[in-house]
Design a protein around this ligand. Structure first.
Ligand code: DGT
Ligand code: CA
Ligand code: CA
Length: 569
C-alpha cells in the first residue's frame, strides 16, 4: 500500500524538478498545494475508489487526480519517473544541501554545468561560481559549509529516527520464545544526539532462531554480515547490529556493547588496578567469574555504584561512582508540565483545549501556551491585542478545569536590535515569558551574545528558549558565547531551556552540565507545534541525564505552587 506521505513526497519532488527545469509557476504551485492537502488528509488515499472521488479534495483537479490514482493503483507514476530520468542522476541530491534550493540548482546546472555534489564542491573551491550573477565569495563559502553539514548528517542518523527504528526491532524480537532478555546497547542506549548504528543485545540459548527473526524483520533491505553471534542489516536507511549472547554473560555483554569506548577503556584499567579482568563475558578474579549475568553486578564487583548509560562517556563518571557521588538523575516521571507549546493561535496545529487534553493524558499538572510574536515572520504571530484575547480564552478554559492549570505565556522574539517584540507592560501580565532568537541568525558573536544577554537581563523574561539555535545536521549553532549566557543567567536567576525536540536538543548535554555547575536551572520543554510532538519530552529528559541533571535542577519538576513562586517571587 502506498502511504499518503509517499504520494506527497513524490508531488513535492515533481515540483522541485519542475522548478529546476524552470517549469510553469502555476503548475509548480499546484503540485506543492496538492502535496500539503495529501499530507494533512486523515483518510488513506488508497481508500479512494476512483478519480472522481479524488477530485473532491481541495486543489486536486483532473490531471492530479489521475496521477494520484496511478500511484495508488500501480505503486508508480510514469510522469515522475520520466521527469527524474531527464535530469543527471546526482542533480536532485543538491537540494538536500542546507541553503540550496531549486532556483540555485537550476542556475548551477544551466549556467555552470554542475550535476552533482562533487562537481559543486570543486567549482566552489576553485571560485568558479563567482562569475555567476548574484554569487559572491560568501555564497561559495556558504555552499561549502552546507556540503560539509550535509555529509556529516548523512553519516549519522538523528536520535529520533534511530530510536523509532530500534524500538520497532526490540518490540518484534521481544516476543520470541528464544529471546530470554533483550536490550538496546551502544549509543542508542546512551541516548546520544546522533546515532552511527543501532546496537541490540539479546540473551538466548538458541541464537540461530533470533538471527533468523532479525534478518527477516519488516523493513530489512540488506543483510551486510551474518554470523552465529552477530548479524548486521540495513533497516530503513540505518545499520542495525544484533548480538546474541549466553544469558550467563548478558550483563557484562550489555556493559561492553553499551560503551562508550572511552568509558570501557577506563573501566578495564580500573579492573586491572584491582587485580581483576573485565571483558564482554564477565568480571574475573584469576579464573573465577565474579560477575556477568547482571549489569549492576559488573559495576558493583569493581567497587562502583551502577553508572546509568547516559553518563558513560568517559568523563569523570567512574571516579564519581567510586566515591559514591553519582547524581540521582532526573526521570521522565518527575516532569509535571510542559512550558513551551504552540497553539493554533500562531503556527501550532492544535487548539488549546486539545493541548490540555494531551497534557492531562501525560499526567501533567500544568502547561504553558507560548505562541510566537509578529517579528518571527509567520502568519498569526500574536500582537498585544490578540495576546490579550488569548489570555481571556485561557482564563475561560481554566475556569472549566479542576486540578490542572493552563499558564498564559509567550515566546517573545528577541529582535536583532536587541529589543523584545512586545512591550514590558504586557509581558508583566503573563504567567511566563520565554524569549528567543528567530531571525538574523548570522550576527557576529559579540552582537548575538549581547542580543541574548539583553533578554536575560530583562526582569520580565523567565526562560531563554533554544539558546544556541542549532538544528542538528541542518544548521550550526549561532555564533554565541554560551558560557557567558549561562554565567549571566546565574546572576539574574533566568532559566535556560533544554529544548526536547530531537532535532534541537538545545541547550545540549555538556551545556546542561555547565549550567548545573553555575547553579542555573533548566526547563525541559518540547516546543511542540502539535500535540503528538508533546511526546518528545523523553528526548529532553535523556539529554538532561547526559548533562548530569537531577530533579531539582529542572524547573518543570516543581508542583504548580512551587513553579508559580519561582516565576513570580
Ligand atoms: P555510534 O554507533 O557511532 O553511534 O556509537 P556506538 O557507541 O554505538 O559505537 P559502536 O556501534 O561502534 O559500538 C558499540 C559499542 O561497542 C561501543 O559503544 C563500545 C563497544 N566496543 C567494544 N569494543 C569496541 C571496539 O573495538 N571498537 C568500537 N568502536 N566499539 C567497541
Ligand atoms: Ca552503535
Ligand atoms: Ca555497532
Amino acid at each position: 500500500m502506498v502511504e499518503n506521505r509517499e504520494v506527497a513526497r513524490i508531488f513535492d519532488e515533481i515540483a522541485d524538478i519542475l522548478e529546476v527545469l524552470d517549469g510553469d509557476k502555476f503548475k509548480i504551485r499546484a503540485y506543492r498545494r496538492a502535496a500539503r492537502t495529501i499530507e494533512n488528509l486523515t483518510a488513506d488515499l488508497s481508500r479512494f475508489k476512483s478519480k472522481n472521488e479524488l477530485k473532491k479534495l481541495p486543489g486536486i483537479g483532473d490531471a492530479l487526480a489521475k496521477k494520484i490514482y496511478e500511484i495508488i493503483t500501480t505503486g508508480r507514476l510514469k510522469y515522475y519517473e520520466d521527469l527524474r530520468n531527464s535530469l543527471p542522476a546526482g542533480l536532485l541530491e543538491l537540494l538536500s544541501i542546507p541553503g540550496v534550493g531549486p532556483k540555485t540548482v537550476a542556475k548551477l546546472f544551466r549556467e555552470c554545468g554542475i550535476t552533482d555534489i562533487a562537481s559543486l564542491e570543486r567549482a566552489a573551491k576553485n571560485h568558479e561560481l563567482q562569475h555567476l550573477f548574484g554569487m559572491g565569495a560568501k555564497t561559495e563559502e556558504k555552499i561549502l559549509k552546507g556540503i560539509a553539514l550535509y555529509r556529516r548528517q548523512k553519516e549519522r542518523t538523528p536520535l529520533d529516527v534511530a530510536y523509532f527504528q530500534a524500538k520497532r526491532i526490540v518490540e518484534s524480537l521481544k516476543n520470541l520464545e528464544s529471546a530470554v532478555e533483550i536490550s538496546y546497547a551502544g549509543s542508542i542506549r546512551r541516548m546520544k544526539e546522533t546515532i552511527g548504528d543501532i546496537d541490540i543485545l539479546v540473551a538466548s540459548h538458541r541464537p540461530r532462531d533470533v538471527m533468523d527473526a532479525f534478518k527477516t524483520l519488516e523493513g530489512v533491505s540488506e543483510v551486510i554480515a551474518s554470523g552465529e553471534r552477530k548479524t548486521s542489516v540495513i533497516i530503513g536507511d540505518i545499520q542495525a547490529d544484533l548480538r546474541v549472547v549466553d544469558p550467563d554473560s548478558f550483563g557484562s555483554a550489555l556493559q561492553y556493547f553499551t560503551g562508550s569506548q572511552l568509558h570501557n577503556i577506563k573501566l578495564r584499567e580500573l579492573a586491572l588496578r584491582k587485580g581483576l579482568k573485565l571483558n564482554e563475558y564477565g568480571v574475573f578474579r584469576q579464573d573465577e567469574k565474579i560477575a556477568g549475568r547482571r549489569e549492576e553486578d559488573v559495576y558493583h564487583s569493581l567497587g562502583l555504584s551502577f553508572i546509568p548509560p547516559e553518563l558513560r562517556e568517559g568523563q569523570d563518571e567512574i571516579e564519581a561512582a567510586a566515591r559514591g557521588e553519582l547524581p540521582d538523575l532526573i526521570e521522565l516521571s518527575d516532569i509535571r508540565g510542559d512550558l513551551h507549546v504552540h497553539s493554533d493561535w500562531s503556527d501550532g496545529r492544535s487548539s488549546i483545549r486539545e493541548i490540555v487534553d494531551k497534557a492531562r493524558s501525560l499526567e501533567y499538572e500544568y502547561i504553558a501556551i507560548s505562541d510566537h510574536t509578529p517579528a518571527v515572520g509567520i502568519t498569526g504571530g500574536l500582537d498585544e491585542k490578540r495576546l490579550i484575547r488569548q489570555m481571556d480564552e485561557i482564563e475561560r478554559i481554566n475556569g472549566d478545569l479542576d486540578d490542572f492549570r493552563v499558564l498564559s505565556g509567550i515566546e517573545v522574539d528577541i529582535r536583532s536590535d536587541n529589543r523584545l517584540d512586545l512591550p514590558d507592560k504586557i509581558l508583566e501580565k503573563l504567567d511566563i515569558v520565554i524569549a528567543a532568537v528567530h531571525t538574523n541568525l548570522t550576527q557576529k558573536k559579540e552582537e548575538m551574545t549581547a542580543r541574548i544577554l539583553s533578554a536575560i537581563e530583562n526582569p520580565n523574561v523567565d526562560i531563554i528558549a533554544h539558546p544556541t539555535g542549532r538544528i542538528i545536521g541542518k544548521r550550526d549553532p549561532y555564533d554565541v558565547d554560551i558560557e557567558a549566557l549561562i554565567d549571566a543567567a546565574g546572576s539574574t536567576g533566568t532559566i535556560l531551556e533544554l529544548n526536547a525536540n530531537p532535532r534541537r536538543l538545545d541547550i545540549k548535554d555538556t551545556h546542561a552540565r555547565y549550567a548545573k555547575k553555575k547553579g542555573v536551572k533548566v526547563a525541559i520543554s518540547t516546543d511542540a507545534h502539535d500535540t503528538s510532538q508533546m511526546e518528545y519530552m523523553h528526548f529532553g529528559v535523556a539529554t538532561a541525564r547526559r548533562g548530569w541533571l537531577e530533579k531539582d535542577d529542572v524547573l518543570n519538576t516543581r508542583s504548580l505552587d512551587e513553579l508559580l513562586r519561582t516565576l513570580k517571587p
